[in-house]
Write a protein that binds this ligand. Sequence first.
Ligand code: TRP
Length: 334
Amino acid sequence: MKTILTGIRPTGHLHLGHYFGAVGNWAKLQNDYETYIEIADVQALTDNFESPDKVIKSVKDLTVDLLSIGIDPNKANIFIQSLIPEIAELTIFYSNLVTISRLERNPTVKTEIKQKKELFGENGESITYGFLGYPVSQAADITAFKGNLIPVGDDQLPLLEQCREIVRKFNNIYGKTLLEPEAYLSKFPRIKGTDGNEKMGKSLGNAIFLADSDEEVKRKVMSMVTDPNKIKINDPANPDICMVYYYHKLIGNNNLTTVCEECKNGKRGCVACKKELLSKMLEFLKPVHEKQKYYNEHPEEVDEILKKGTKIAQEKAKETIKEVKRAMKINYFE
Ligand code: TRP
């Protein structure tokens, strides 16, 4: 059986971008693969080392969100990164196999550095050793659990490529030990925001969260960006530049052709169209909210799930570190 390994940073609740971009897939894949889902608290700290409280709170929120969208703790192991010290050990070994300039050239890291510079100015002081090295730590996440398939959004592809390079280099130097992972992309590997931005993101203020109340969802749907050329209710419009139509598609509205035709022919007002989307979205969110409520009222169950998942993950990582140390011939006194 192949192994799925994926991770997510605990920095807030899941939103629809996560769900349709990657996380929704995990709930399907867990049926056919040995599945590990890492709550990447150590990685979240590379950006949030000054506010650990936020990260710690998010570990639980995120776990509740994952369970609410159908991750089944009997099929998937949800675990906490910082409780697997082997990941930190692997990170140190792998850090010899990566140059600083290669890390700086990683497109995902490059974008993040650019964003940090915009935030903190050009002096570069915001770029820590830990932050620059997080792709190395992510390679440790993946290989510690012998992940074959990595279901992620497309922003993670450069990190996977970096992991594959590390694996190849390790295997070349120390002998074939590690597996080269492959990405597994969802049908929509990048989800747009409600404002039409190419990416939905918490910091961009254009996200609909799985934990949003019905009122919040309503406010967000009703203010979605539509075709700016449609002024009057009967003006024909272009659904391809309308976020309402985009989300009708994502949510799987089975009335899609009608929505599209009516929009193009000026037979559908935006308000009515938004209301239809809102009702589909609330229908989709209803069972999610019910499960969220259940798990929020049973925090001890959530703890048990994390403990169990972490224990299984620890065993797997122990196996890997043994093999790695053997390959590197640092298995003293074994
Ligand atoms: N970098 C991922 C994110 O920002 C989270 C992550 C951590 C991850 N470790 C991983 C993803 C391993 C895939 C595999 O969401």
